[in-house]
Design a protein around this ligand. Structure first.
Ligand code: URA
Length: 435
């Protein structure tokens, strides 16, 4: 078999066989197939697509390209969630402790941020002392002890995705439904949980720009998960404005802490309660989503959800005094208000622009080697639907960069806001559930 023939076959719009997909994945992981051939195939897949069966085979081959976690020694139902990425998306930091407080076992491996989207690991690492590296044994022990662990993917888990994702990121081949579906589901299946909840984001700040493509992606991933015996569901959530008010690592941890006390922004709380209700029913810990919601609300009100977060951070070496007193988080050198030069109802806050602006302030990385400033980011003072007068504060920026660097970012942020003259109908953050 020759890689060049596989590329040509997909270039011409034909269906690849299991043998051909296996040949590609195995050869690429072993380093026998060079990056230039893998990127040519990724581009052919992006343009030509794949059948659902090809996507399922690609997912399966990727899943088995390395270690597959065995979580059987964790007592109870293991639940997992994954978001396809967004701006201000600190959902995992709030949702996972909430469901763990209700008895679900959360054994979660998360990723880092790249480009305009943030990553859960970077957010967690803004808590001084916390390390997201654990051995498989430590990971399992922690979940058995405190019901919850969020760590970095172990080195051997789905090596095919590690190589392919890095390649796709620099070859403009990220936004392809077959490639996203196989990337997400290979990792979720290899991580070994019993149930999977996918948060498929759509809008300007997400990979899927509209709800129809988000629904197509969700359908494919849900079918793959269920066909392999994992109870899998997906929510389609709106990323046409950042989620919550905080964008940037330590700022998002502070907002997550408020949410765990029940005081988070409305869209974030709603997303966490909706996702949490589905996760508890998937796990058989609640009969109905209404019952699940009651459990989650009690876990927040009683402080149990926050306690679970503290326990997890403590187990991972983090200094919990920052959680008990969030004002201890180191502040950025400059905190500057961004003032509105327009008037009207906000109809959109372009999440892509806000994500990029936050990255330019120091909160994200353009390449994997960039160092993140945990204190950097943006706090939105107004959200979609709010009325703005001239001179109102739209948001504040937090940065250690000097004025010549942050001034152009302020212009980019202003540009992200769109206004209308009439009141805006604000849609709930979750638009649909795909079962
Ligand atoms: N998240 C992933 O894990 N993989 C993708 O391809 C896109 C988003």
């Amino acid at each position: 078999m020759r890689m060049v023939d596989i590329i040509a076959k997909k270039r011409d719009g034909n269906t690849l066989s299991r043998e051909e997909i296996h040949f590609f994945i195995e050869g690429y992981v072993k380093g026998e197939i060079p990056d230039y051939q893998a990127s040519a195939l990724a581009m052919a897949i992006l343009f030509r697509g794949m059948t659902n069966e090809e996507i399922a085979i690609l997912t399966d081959e990727m899943q088995h390209s390395g270690e597959v976690m065995d979580l059987s020694t964790i007592k109870g139902v293991k639940v997992d969630k994954h978001s396809t990425g967004g701006v201000g998306d600190k959902t995992s930091l709030v949702l996972c402790p909430m469901v763990a407080a209700c008895g679900a076992k959360v054994a979660k491996m998360s990723g880092r941020g790249l480009g305009h989207t943030g990553g859960t690991l970077d957010k967690l690492e803004s808590i001084p002392g916390l390390s997201v590296q654990e051995s498989d044994e430590e990971f399992i022990r922690q979940v058995n002890k405190v019901g919850l662990a969020i760590i970095g993917q172990t080195q051997d888990l789905v090596p095919a995705d590690k190589k392919l994702y890095a390649l796709r990121d620099v070859t403009a081949t990220v936004d392809s439904i077959p490639l996203i579906a196989s990337s997400v589901m290979s990792k979720k299946l290899a991580s070994g949980s019993d149930t999977i909840l996918l948060d498929v984001t759509f809008g300007e700040g997400a990979f899927m720009k509209d709800i129809d493509s988000a629904r197509d992606l969700a359908r494919i991933m849900v079918d793959i998960g269920n066909s392999l015996g994992r109870n899998t569901q997906a929510v389609l959530s709106d990323m046409n404005e950042p989620l919550g008010c905080a964008v940037g690592n330590a700022l998002e941890v502070e907002e997550a802490i408020s949410a765990l006390h029940g005081n988070g922004p409305k869209d974030l709380m709603e997303l966490c309660y909706t996702c949490g209700s589905i996760m508890l029913t998937q796990a058989g810990l609640a009969k109905t989503e209404q019952d699940a919601r009651g459990q989650l609300e009690r876990a927040v009100k009683s402080g149990q959800a926050f306690k679970c977060f503290i326990n997890m951070v403590e187990q991972e070496g983090g200094d919990i005094s920052y959680l008990l007193n969030p004002s201890e988080f180191k502040k950025a050198d400059h905190i500057v208000d961004v003032i509105s030069s327009k008037e009207g109802f906000i109809s959109r806050i372009n999440a892509l622009e806000i994500g990029e602006a936050s990255m330019r302030l120091g909160a994200g990385r353009e390449t994997l080697d960039d160092v993140i400033d945990p204190s950097a980011g943006i706090i939105l003072h107004k959200k979609v639907g709010d009325y703005i007068h001239f001179g109102d504060v739209l948001c504040e920026i937090h940065t250690c960069k000097d004025e010549s660097e942050y001034k152009p970012v302020i212009e980019q942020i202003r540009h992200a806001y769109e206004y209308v003259d009439v009141p805006v109908n604000v849609h709930p953050v979750v638009w649909e559930v795909v079962k």
